[in-house]
Design a protein around this ligand. Structure first.
Ligand code: M6P
Ligand code: ZN
Length: 176
């Protein structure tokens, strides 16, 4: 991909849509193993396979020096008592940090290091959450409306999903 010319995109704070973005959807069938109660997840998949979240990304070259950004629209819902969440990932480039800006809804970012240290940071409209280098991150919607946030991260961050699929985050956010 060529270096882009300067440009501006339009972000709708309500829906999270970005006019220039490329979008992807994740349904529950894409992430059954992320939930503790996998029988409950499979039953929900059979009953219609709900949409869990969409990501709308402004595409730029995936290179050092570029900044990728995206909105995530995470649906409210639960699998058993565990709230809907994103898959979560480490960056392949361990030096790459990330910033989330909360636009709508209420939830949290769950983070962990490779050594298994865990942290949780609240995310709501107006929050600016800082994800330091080397911390895996997953967002969780603990509210009753969509959780919408904008993420900014280095073009060469990369996604390591496998470690989380194997080891999880070491903590789960549940309805009480
Ligand atoms: C945020 C950013 C994206 C990420 C998305 C969904 O928008 O961190 O890079 O893709 O959340 O999270 P995941 O990739 O873990 O499914
Ligand atoms: Zn990331």
């Amino acid at each position: 991909m060529d270096d882009p010319r300067p440009f501006a995109s339009m972000l709708d704070f309500e829906t999270g849509h970005i006019d220039t973005a490329v979008s992807k959807s994740r349904h529950l069938s894409d992430m059954v193993s992320a939930y503790e109660d996998q029988d409950a997840a499979r039953a929900m998949v059979e009953q219609g396979d709900p949409l869990v979240y969409e990501v709308h990304e402004i595409e730029v070259p995936r290179r050092n020096g570029q900044l990728l950004s995206s909105t995530t629209v995470l649906q409210p819902g639960r699998v058993g008592d565990e709230y809907f969440m994103t898959k979560g990932h480490f960056h392949v480039n361990e030096a790459a940090a990330e910033i989330y800006v909360g636009l709508r809804g209420t939830g949290a970012v769950v983070l962990r290091t490779r050594d298994g240290e865990v942290d949780v940071v609240e995310l709501e409209a107006g929050s600016i959450a800082y994800i330091p280098p080397s911390w895996a991150h997953r967002t969780v919607n603990t509210g009753e409306e969509e959780l919408v946030f904008y993420a900014i991260f280095p073009g060469d961050a990369g996604y390591d999903y496998e470690t989380i699929e194997r080891e999880g985050f070491g903590t789960r956010l549940r309805a009480t």
